[in-house]
Design a protein around this ligand. Structure first.
Ligand code: FRU
Length: 489
């Protein structure tokens, strides 16, 4: 059988190896292939799944459709690492080949128990009328890396009061018991999160909905994640169906969190503050976290969004994961920092320092396609200052501070091939103060910008011409002094 040209549920073992080899050749010839981000060998990647530390290594799985850049039959693909920087492609972890996951091994999470790793995931199935029937499924990975799927699902009916959009369990262990939050849609078509519990990971009990104060907040909450930090309870989720409000909720779907008191498991209640978006950029969704052996809370996300086409599609692949970020809590807000392990990629350090006045300047050595750049601007009287990256005669991607609006702005209007233009080409957020630090991680087709040591993060895929490599610093309407350091990656 030939490779599908659009969404289909064709399995990998149904197509010709020759066609797959051709697809991989096409993928590998793409100049937008990433160099330090996790990306699929072919086809489409979406949510990170099962992120954990087990048996001396970090394991990170992801949603994978191998046969092309669309959301077809999903597998769990397995990668692992000892340093969070260099990831080994292990191969397929969960195949959708049972009645309970016939239309996709959808998202889920992992927890260690009795020396094995348990993977709790969503079995997606569709009946002859294409109606979805989700199952909750379990698989086990032993310390040799063998994966065994349970022959039966652990929950085969959506509980009363919810629709077929019931998926993405995120596990944790507390007081010798296992719990999971799971994304749900109520029958009144609003989103929420439910709570499940188990004493052995094999028998699961539906506890009920987790009460929050967001009763009417979008039509579905995907990929919830719950953890505790500094005596607070944090619920991350990806709500669908929020209308834009000012600079907020500009992407097709959102990803964010609420901070509150620790979850009250008896009353199934989370008292919490406002929903806060995790990322201010264009391409960030379905984040998942884990606590590593050093006690750090690490987060990774899909650097992409559902229902958006990406320019690499013509080369037979789409999407990647973000770099790993460490989370901490300050004044009720999550601060995100790139993991320090990434510094092992640094090569060829160069520096520049200057005061610019109503001008745009470039500096020796400041150019490239894959690099880390830290730039600290001092307070000056410029109306606007910023950096243009991947710049050429017609292209540029701009991160700037607009002093008049008091906002940080990421502008990808001229970033090259257009992505999701319906949703606009600028992202903004209000920020306090006039002196700002931009910490950029630039890969062949993405940029992740940590502003003011992780107060805000802007993540975006960009698809510029390979010749657009300049880095330019500018100030308009006044002066701005800055110090910049760059390392090639
Ligand atoms: C989020 C999502 C999940 C689902 C998975 C399928 O992007 O839609 O809700 O489990 O992707 O790939």
């Amino acid at each position: 059988m030939e490779l599908p040209r659009g969404k289909s549920y064709i399995r990998l073992d149904q197509v010709n190896q020759e066609d797959i080899d051709k697809l991989i050749l096409r993928v590998n010839s793409c100049t937008w292939r990433q160099t330090f981000h996790i990306q699929p060998v072919s086809g489409l990647l979406n949510d990170p799944n099962g992120f954990c530390f087990y048996n001396g290594e970090y394991h990170l799985y992801y949603q994978w459709h191998p046969l092309g850049p669309f959301h077809g039959l999903k597998y769990w693909y397995h990668t692992k690492s000892t340093d969070l920087v260099n990831w080994t492609n292990v191969g397929i972890a969960i195949k959708p080949d049972e009645y309970f996951d016939s239309h996709g091994a959808y998202s889920g999470s992992a927890v260690e128990h009795n020396g094995n790793l348990y993977l709790l995931y969503t079995g997606n199935t569709r009946d002859e009328n294409l109606e979805r029937h989700p199952y909750l499924c379990i698989a086990l990975m032993d310390d040799d890396g063998n994966i065994i799927k349970s022959k039966k699902s652990v929950l085969d009916k959506v509980p009363e009061g919810y629709t077929e959009h019931f998926r993405d369990p995120k596990l944790w262990k507390e007081d010798e018991k296992f719990y999971a939050v799971i994304g749900a849609q109520r029958t009144d078509k609003t989103g929420g999160v439910c709570l499940l519990s188990s004493s052995d990971l094999l028998e699961w009990k539906f506890e009920g909905e987790l009460a929050t104060n967001l009763d009417d907040f979008g039509f579905m909450w995907e990929c919830p994640d719950y953890f505790e930090m500094e005596d607070k309870g944090i619920l991350i989720f990806s709500p669908q169906g929020l209308e834009p409000v000012g600079d907020l909720y500009q992407n097709i779907y959102q990803a964010g969190y609420v901070v509150g008191e620790k979850i009250d498991l008896q009353r199934r209640e989370l008292t919490h503050g406002d929903f806060i978006e995790l990322d201010r950029g264009f391409d960030f969704y379905a984040p998942q976290t884990m606590k590593d052996p050093n006690g750090r809370r690490l987060m990774v996300a899909w650097m992409g969004l559902p229902e958006i086409e990406y320019p690499s599609d013509i080369n037979g692949w789409a999407n990647c994961l973000t770099i790993l970020r460490e989370l901490s809590l300050h004044d009720g807000k999550l601060i995100q920092k790139p993991v320090p392990e990434l510094q092992s990629l640094r090569k060829n350090k160069i520096e520049a320092q200057d005061e610019i006045w109503d001008e745009k300047k470039t500096y020796e050595g400041f150019s490239g396609i894959t690099y880390e750049l830290v730039c600290e601007f001092e307070q000056g009287d410029a109306l606007e200052y910023g950096i243009e990256i991947r710049a050429g005669s017609e292209e540029k991607t701009v991160i700037k501070y607009d002093a008049v609006q008091g906002k940080i702005i990421l502008d990808r209007t001229f970033s090259g091939k257009v992505i999701g233009s319906k949703y606009g080409t600028e992202r903004k957020c209000q920020i306090v103060g006039d002196a700002h630090k931009f910490h950029l991680f630039v890969d062949s087709s993405s940029v992740e910008i940590f502003v003011d040591d992780g107060e805000e993060v802007f993540t975006a895929r960009i698809f510029p011409d390979i010749r657009s490599q300049e880095i330019r610093f500018y100030a308009t309407g006044g002066s701005a002094a800055f110090k910049a350091v760059k390392w090639d990656y």
